[in-house]
Ligand binder design. Structure first.
Ligand SMILES: [Zn+2]
Length: 240
């Protein structure tokens, strides 16, 4: 890269910040041995970072790690799932657009994974639901997405309009969920991430929600997350 802001030992990373949203940052001297900034470039590091806006990009000069979350790296499961969270943030956010709710939910999910609160799959599904909502693609299971009528129960989902379809509207292209999956989805929309561990979700429902949410995610954002494939691989290994 030829850029005045960028020198040989520098490293380019992206940070997800509370105030500035996702930003590309040059970390000065990060590649040098014994650099004080090296640790700041580790994945999942949460802390206070001081950045300056240069001509074309931000530069990170110093920072203080509040919680490094490096224990997430010591287990293949937690590493894979936490990396998937990062990838979701990366593909769903445009640069320099603050999203405080998503920021908060990401940090909460890191803590919950690290402290092993609830099972990973349920947490990830809940995070996906929150991510969709925080980025303007929230699911509406209370009203028909076509006519707006209040709905008590419907298991027909419109992929196009992010919600349920009532019995009087056109259901030809509906995606069919089990009623158990609809109810679980309603819970995940409503409850905070900290409470996800309180609900028991069956393996079948988790699979249904995974398929549905992955459709919403790949149609909403610019890229499809790659780490999802790796998660599937990891799981099939265990089931053998
Ligand atoms: Zn309707």
């Amino acid at each position: 890269m030829k850029n005045k802001d960028f020198k040989e030992n520098d490293r380019l990373i992206w940070l997800f910040t509370e105030k500035l949203g996702k930003i590309s940052v040059v970390v000065q001297g990060a590649k040098k041995a014994k650099s004080k900034n090296m640790s700041l470039t580790l994945p999942f590091c949460y802390g206070e970072f001081v950045v300056f806006k240069g001509k074309s990009m931000y530069t990170l000069n110093e920072g203080e790690i509040e919680e490094s979350f490096q224990s997430l790296l010591t287990d293949l499961d937690t590493l894979t799932y936490a990396s998937y969270l990062n990838e979701l943030v990366e593909i769903s956010m445009v640069e320099e657009e603050s999203n405080k709710e998503l920021f908060k939910d990401l940090i909460i999910t890191y803590y919950l994974i690290r402290n092993k609160v609830g099972d990973l799959e349920s947490l990830i599904r809940a995070f996906e639901v929150k991510l969709l909502r925080h980025t303007g693609y929230g699911l509406n299971l209370e009203n028909c997405c076509q006519c707006g009528k209040k709905i008590n129960t419907s298991n027909l989902i419109s992929i196009q309009y992010f919600g349920v379809i009532c019995s009087e509207c056109n259901r030809s292209s509906a995606y069919i969920l089990s009623f158990a999956a609809v109810n679980t989805l309603k819970y995940l929309i409503k409850i905070p991430l900290e409470n996800v561990y309180k609900i028991a979700i069956s393996k079948e429902v988790k699979e249904e929600l995974e398929s549905l949410l992955s459709i919403f995610i790949s149609q909403s954002y610019s890229k499809k997350p790659n780490s999802l494939e790796f998660i599937k691989l990891l799981r099939s290994d265990k089931n053998e």
